[in-house]
Every structure is written in structure tokens, then in C-alpha cells.
Ligand binder design. Structure first.
Ligand code: GDP
Ligand code: MN
Length: 402
């Protein structure tokens, strides 16, 4: 799960990492009030969307204009820019062409920046450890630094038995070329960041840029945090930060029913139990010349309702021209699947070919339910047969239309 920059900064601040003062705003009037409250003579108006590259991004209705992060020198300018940015669609390298509507702004006190650094923490799957990554090339995307000058990325792997220690943090500080009191400040920052990462079950914490100001302070000018979905049950306060308007509606609906669903670009919807079988099903669809429309694992203990929800989710995708249900009934019973599929197919007026392959517990009962339903369901004996049937049926159906 991702959160907004202002939320990440609030969390990091709680752990003692230094962040600029700021106030979130949902309207130009709130933006003005925020700037007045912050005081000073320099403000930054920042679009809050769950995507990076905002500074270099452009608004759809103003392609020649300024980006999604604006440094301004008066309260009137804060309000005027807020007016333009709110409700406008921001397109960045990370949003894709459709962009994202800006619904919130973060109004921050502005700083005069001396140097921009990069610091990130993530879980390295290869070592099963948290890795700290740092670079003097702040402001640039880490992928770009890795591509252009990989030698400028410092990586430190943290042993979970000890956690991050002062010497790790100092190693980063020296690696970034910091001197004098900056070393102590950076060390405190890194240790706070690490504590936030581990205690909140984060997946990624990225500060880009971490800046040195004219006054010699170090602070996080940007912050990105994402969390391990499987640990959210123990962080109700983090779960409460979820912004559903930033999430894919279909994936959100899937999460509500505890379904593992990932939307893809193809035309054959898949409903499978078990992630491995779901992957294999997608592969075999491709082998027979089709393209999967989604990955969907209904899980082991699915109920009739959950199966029906999954089926409706697949059919809500307008690209879907055929559906393949592939269930191996181990814990999952084939009759439960059949009940769910029949109920959902009736409810949505199924009008695309549906191929069902059932095997395992209560398979005969499941097949009987499908036959008795009177619905035009094609039954398959094995996975290859199922894939062949669905791809052929889709090809015939689309030929008929053309
Ligand atoms: P991103 O483009 O989505 O990564 O958004 P950032 O929060 O990183 O902002 C983009 C850039 O705006 C930063 O790299 C800075 O160069 C600039 N910026 C942000 N805040 C300030 C500020 O307080 N003062 C100045 N001078 N520049 C800022
Ligand atoms: Mn940034």
C-alpha cells in the first residue's frame, strides 16, 4: 500500500527524522490559510498523487506550464497556483499518459537548497535484508542513476540480528561526502528512518532529495513510503491513510473480497485457485495463442460469495471476450466453485464463452451443478483442453462479429 508524501513525512517526523513544516490543503482557500499559518517568505506548493516525477511532470490542461511542484514567493501565488493545480490532471513519467487528478496539495515552507542527495531503504530479496542505498545524485530517479553511473550508488546491507547501527549510518554519511555537524545530523536521520521502516513494516522508504540547506541542516524534501500489505492488519493507523481514489478500482474491489487480482491487457479472463496454478493457466493460454486479461487467485478457502465476486470482477473488464475457470479442488470444493460461477453468470447475463475445468474434491457434484444450470458452459477435461477450447471459442465469437 502506498501513501502520500505528506503522510510519509508525518510518520518519519514522529520517528525523529527532520522534515520541513507543512500543511495539507484540499482547496485554494485552505492552501492560502496554510501558507499564512506557516509564515516565512518562501513556500512550496506540491501536488499529492501516488506517483513520482511530479516536479518534472506537466498538467494536461497546461502542457507548456509549470510542473507539479512549485516554489513561490508570496501567499497570493500559493493561492493562485493551488487554484490551477487542484482538479487538474498531472502527467509524470510514472503516471503514464492518463495521468492522475490532483485532489490534495501539500503546502510547505520553502528552503534554499545547497545539495540534493538520495537515500532509500528497501528489502533486498536476494539477501533477505534491508538495504540502504545512498547517492550524491539526489533529485534524479534511482533507476536513472543506476543506469548512468552505478558507481555513484552506495549500498549497505543490514543484518536483521543487529539492525542498523551508528557505524552503518556514519558509513553512509561519509560515503555522501558529508562533513562536520552534517555527519551527526545524517546519522540521526538514517537511524530514525530505519526505525520507521522496521516498526511500520514498510517495503520502501525513499527520500529523494534529502537536502543540505544553506543553514547546514539536513532534511527530507520529498518522502515516499510503501507498506507490506500482509502486515497492515497490525497497523490500523497506517491502513487509515489509504487513499482509495489513487488505487485501481478493480484491484480495490478485489481486495475487499480478499482476492488476489492483477489486471492485465488481454481478452481471456481467468479464475483460478492458487497463485502457481494461476501462473500456469496464464502461460498455457498464451501457448494456445490467447492473451490473459488478468491474474486471479480466489484462494483456498473461497466461499460461494467470493467466487461470485471474482467472476463479476472478471466480466466487468470490457476487454474480456472469454473466461476460463480452472480449479483444482483440494481444500476448495468444486461444488462451491460451481455454485458461485452459476450464481454470478445468471446475475450478470453472461454473454461471452465460458470454459470450466474442474478437478478434485466433489468434482462430479460440481460438474452436475454446471450441467443442471442450463447455462452455455463448456466443460474441459484438462488444462490444455480448457485453454484450447477458450481460445477457439473466443476466435469464433469475434469472427462472427466482424
Ligand atoms: P518529485 O518530482 O515527485 O520527486 O517531487 P519532489 O518533492 O522531489 O520535488 C521535486 C523538486 O522540487 C526537488 O528535487 C527540488 O529540486 C524542488 N523542491 C522541492 N521543495 C523545494 C524547496 O523547498 N525549495 C527549493 N528550492 N526547491 C524545492
Ligand atoms: Mn522526489
Amino acid at each position: 500500500m502506498n501513501i502520500h508524501e505528506y503522510q510519509a513525512k508525518e510518520l518519519l517526523g514522529r520517528y525523529g527524522a527532520s522534515v520541513p513544516k507543512g500543511i495539507v490543503a484540499f482547496s485554494p482557500a485552505e492552501a492560502r490559510a496554510a501558507a499564512e499559518k506557516l509564515g516565512g517568505s518562501l513556500w512550496v506548493v506540491k501536488s499529492q498523487i501516488h506517483a513520482g516525477g511530479r516536479g518534472a511532470g506537466r498538467f494536461k490542461n497546461d502542457p507548456g506550464g509549470n510542473g507539479g511542484v512549485r516554489v513561490v514567493k508570496s501567499i497570493d501565488e500559493v493561492a493562485a497556483n493551488a487554484e490551477k493545480m487542484l482538479s487538474s490532471v498531472l502527467v509524470t513519467k510514472q503516471t503514464g499518459e492518463t495521468g492522475r487528478e490532483v485532489r490534495r496539495l501539500y503546502i510547505e515552507e520553502g528552503y534554499r537548497i545547497q545539495r540534493e542527495l538520495y537515500i532509500g531503504m528497501l528489502i533486498d530479496r536476494a539477501t533477505s535484508r534491508i538495504t540502504i542505498m545512498a547517492s550524491t545524485e539526489g533529485g534524479m530517479e534511482i533507476e536513472e542513476i543506476a543506469h548512468r553511473s552505478p558507481e555513484k550508488i552506495l549500498k549497505i546491507s543490514i543484518d536483521p540480528a543487529t539492525g542498523a547501527q551508528t557505524f552503518h549510518a556514519r558509513q553512509v554519511a561519509y560515503g555522501l561526502g558529508l562533513t562536520g555537524k552534517q555527519i551527526g545530523a545524517a546519522t540521526r536521520f538514517i537511524l530514525s528512518m530505519y526505525r520507521a521502516f522496521t516498526e511500520l513494516d514498510a517495503q520502501i522508504v525513499e527520500i529523494n532529495p534529502l537536502v543540505l540547506t544553506d543553514d547546514g541542516d539536513i532534511l527530507a524534501l520529498d518522502a515516499k513510503m510503501s507498506f507490506d500489505d500482509n502486515a497492515l492488519f497490525r497497523h490500523a493507523d497506517i491502513e487509515a491513510l489509504r487513499d482509495e481514489s489513487e488505487e485501481d478500482p478493480a484491484e480495490l474491489e478485489a481486495a475487499r473480497h480478499s482476492l488476489n487480482y492483477v489486471k492485465l491487457d488481454g481478452n481471456i479472463g481467468c479464475m483460478v485457485n492458487g497463485a502457481g496454478l494461476a501462473m500456469a493457466t496464464m502461460d498455457i493460454i498464451k501457448l494456445y495463442g490467447g492473451e490473459p486479461a488478468n491474474f486471479l487467485d480466489v484462494g483456498g478457502g473461497a466461499t460461494r460469495e467470493r467466487v461470485a465476486a471474482a467472476f463479476k470482477l472478471i466480466l466487468a473488464d470490457s476487454k474480456v471476450e472469454g473466461v476460463l475457470v480452472n480449479i483444482f479442488g483440494g481444500i476448495m470444493r468444486c461444488d462451491v466453485i460451481a455454485d458461485g460461477v452459476v450464481a454470478a453468470a445468471r446475475e450478470v447475463n453472461l454473454n461471452v464463452p465460458l470454459v470450466v475445468r474442474l478437478e478434485g474434491t466433489n468434482v462430479e457434484l460440481g460438474k452436475q451443478i454446471l450441467r443442471d444450470s442450463g447455462l452455455p458452459i463448456m466443460s474441459a477435461d484438462n488444462l490444455a483442453d480448457a485453454a484450447q477450447k477458450v481460445t477457439t471459442a473466443v476466435a469464433q465469437a469475434t469472427e462472427g462479429v466482424n
